[in-house]
Design a protein around this ligand. Structure first.
Ligand code: FES
Length: 182
């Protein structure tokens, strides 16, 4: 005798209800896992944040010709698992404006973070990524510049022993106001 095995309407509704329940349960299980991964990797994410007073060079190593020179910024870095000694955390341009006065600019372009180059011929900083340019003081030099703000100035201190110390800080790119990366 022939039997009719085609699913009925109530069979189909039951199937969809079961599928929906499985999907909701799966999402509920994934949420704590996602939070856990975020916590685990948080120290790595925090490695990009910087705010420290760092000795970059000495006054004797900085020519008094007013031309900006690029220096790496080295510091110790600690995360949840490791301590790294004297590793690069960024770079700055230093410019000696008077015998004992130094100005510092962050090398990162505020548009999207590419490192700018100083052109002695043009007397300007040029960004190789999208052609922003900045005066020697770090001010936007071109109308319609892709960069939404001037280069980021950093606090400099020349200590009695001639050490040049910079308060190094990263700032968020792509916005007109200066917001530290935390
Ligand atoms: S990153 Fe410098 S202009 Fe875009």
């Amino acid at each position: 005798m022939a039997t009719n095995n085609a699913p009925t309407g109530s069979d189909r509704r039951g199937f969809f209800r079961q599928g929906l329940a499985c999907g909701v349960a799966g999402l509920a299980a994934l949420a704590p896992a996602a939070v856990g991964l975020r916590v685990i990797f948080d120290p790595l994410r925090r490695q990009s944040a910087t705010a420290a007073s760092v000795k970059v060079t000495s006054l004797a190593a900085l020519p008094a010709d007013g031309i900006p020179r690029k220096f790496p910024v080295l510091a110790d870095r600690v995360d949840a698992w490791n301590k790294f000694t004297n590793v690069p955390i960024g770079a700055v341009y230093l410019r000696r404006t008077k015998d004992d006065q130094v100005k510092a600019l962050h090398v990162a372009c505020p548009h999207a973070g590419c490192f700018v180059d100083f052109s002695p011929e043009r007397g300007e900083f040029m960004c190789p990524c999208h052609n922003s340019s900045f005066s020697i003081e770090g001010r936007i030099a071109t109308p319609g510049s892709p960069s939404p703000r001037d280069l980021d100035p950093l606090t400099v201190e020349v200590r009695p022993d001639g050490g040049v110390w910079v308060v190094f800080q990263d700032f968020q790119a792509g916005r007109p106001d200066r917001v530290p990366v935390t």
